[in-house]
Ligand binder design. Structure first.
Ligand SMILES: Cc1ncc(COP(=O)(O)O)c(C=O)c1O
Length: 449
């Protein structure tokens, strides 16, 4: 099946023009790992939903019932896309960050430590440190002027509870290292990014899931850089919990989700409580809880976020995730091979790890300068910086002593931190985009003597 991006997105989006120093050009978006355009089908579905939009889980009128029905069905579509077990819950969040914070809240009530990978995005790492740290802070109550000190304590305590498993010289996980940590510690949950947001490296999810289960740990996967590019199957891959963001898979309407087992979530009070997620409050103030996913759906939900995600996954399923994978690979392989030949271009991605991301620098230019030139001269949108994975960037750039970096940040010059440039591709890119990008980099690199 050939993929024609032009038929999948509104032309006003894909043909968007901007003014550059070389004239008016079509904007080329190579920042898809940050966020994605809405698919035309998603926009149409949202627009149609708006015609019968009404209060979800509340009213008795037609529009309310219809809106609730479509909203609830979106959970099934999402579950089916990732092949979640039948009685799993889909808990809606606003993004992956929200999903991780929700999961960290629940797990903080259990005994045991957390293991996260050394390439985890800060959204999949810091929520665990914070919630575990607060737990270990104890019962003492503090005055406002003591809170700052408490914050430091929370970080310290949290760090002692959240272990990291590392990557080897090939930038891959060492299963023996993971197993050793699982053996030596009582781990309650092992967290894994399904695809690095900086190198595209996709670890063997199933093998790591198996290891987690062998030692009695739950397995939680951050799929936000994966679900839109590669086939995912929660059951086959032994994933207990899955987190993702709609805006990364062509549904940028503020939705995200955390999927996991009913029997786990039913044990806990909701992360957020208020209206709509409980059936009754007694005179005493004691409330009766739901034993279903409504318990974790506080307030008026972001129905548009939910239905847009379902629509996007329905469309991706229709196109075939295998076809998408192949299509994107053809673009990324081409760009990688061309950039590899160029002097003055440093690539930070290994060919065997290529998926949808190419990370690089051009000698003599800071990452930010490269991204700025690409934007101003060529109308190409990329991103430069540390991408919320400071530890990975330090490794890629071979920075062992971070003293100078900390000094830069403390003196208000965080914008001067060394970084890398990321070009990230998606379904909306064409070979023409890829060629334009290669030409731009070639010109820029040839100016470096
Ligand atoms: C691997 C990974 N995890 C988590 C996040 C956080 O996602 P969000 O900003 O949607 O919460 C990102 C965002 O770039 C990411 O790349």
């Amino acid at each position: 099946m050939t993929i024609n991006p032009r038929s999948l997105f509104r032309s006003e989006i894909t043909e968007f023009k901007i003014k550059t120093t070389r004239g008016i050009v079509r904007y080329i978006n190579l920042d898809n790992a940050a966020t994605t355009y809405p698919l035309k089908y998603v926009e149409e579905t949202v627009s149609k939903y708006m015609e019968s939009y009404g209060s979800v889980h509340r009213g008795s009128g037609y529009k309310s019932k219809k809106s609730t029905d479509v909203y609830e069905k979106s959970r099934d579509i999402i579950k089916s896309f990732v092949n979640a077990p039948e009685d799993d819950y889909v808990i809606f969040t606003n993004n992956t960050t929200g999903g991780m914070n929700t999961a960290a809240y629940f797990f903080a009530q259990l005994s045991g430590k957390v293991m996260v990978s050394a390439i985890e995005h800060s959204s999949s790492w810091l929520p665990w440190i914070k919630s575990e740290g607060i737990k270990f802070l104890g019962k003492k109550q503090y005055q406002l002027d003591e809170i700052n000190e408490t914050n430091e304590k929370i970080q310290k305590l949290g760090l002692s509870q959240v272990l990291r498993y590392h990557i080897n010289k090939k930038f891959e996980f060492d299963l023996k290292d993971i197993e050793k940590q699982l053996q030596d510690n009582q781990i309650k949950v092992l967290v894994l990014t399904a695809s690095s947001n900086l190198t595209g490296y996709c670890p063997d999810i199933k093998k790591i899931g198996k290891l987690a289960h062998k030692y009695g740990a739950y397995f939680l996967v951050d799929a936000c850089q994966f679900i839109q590019h590669h086939p995912i199957d929660m059951q086959k891959m032994e994933i207990d919990f899955l987190v993702a963001s709609g805006h990364k898979f062509y549904a940028p309407y503020g939705g995200g989700f955390l999927i996991g087992p009913k029997k786990f979530f039913d044990c806990f009070l909701p992360y957020q409580i208020g209206g709509g997620n409980l059936p009754y409050i007694e005179e005493s103030g004691h409330f009766i809880r739901y034993q279903n996913q409504m318990a974790h759906d506080p307030g008026t939900p972001n129905a548009v976020g939910a239905i847009s995600m379902a629509a996007a996954l329905k469309k991706l399923s229709n196109i075939g995730i295998g076809n998408i994978e192949q299509y994107e690979k053809s673009l990324v392989d081409y760009v990688y091979d061309e950039l590899k030949k160029m002097p003055h271009v440093q690539l930070y991605v290994k060919r065997e790890h290529l998926s949808s991301i190419i990370t690089f620098n051009i000698e003599g230019l800071t990452a930010q300068q490269t991204a700025d030139i690409l934007n101003k001269e060529y109308g190409i949108g990329t991103r430069a910086g540390n991408f919320c994975v400071y530890q990975v960037v330090r490794t890629l750039l071979g920075i062992e002593d971070e003293t100078k970096l900390i000094a830069l940040v403390n003196s208000g010059q965080a914008n001067k931190l060394p970084g890398v440039v990321r070009a990230s591709f998606s379904l909306q890119n064409t070979m023409q985009d890829a060629k334009h990008f290669v030409k731009a980099i070639k010109e820029m690199a040839s100016r470096r003597k």
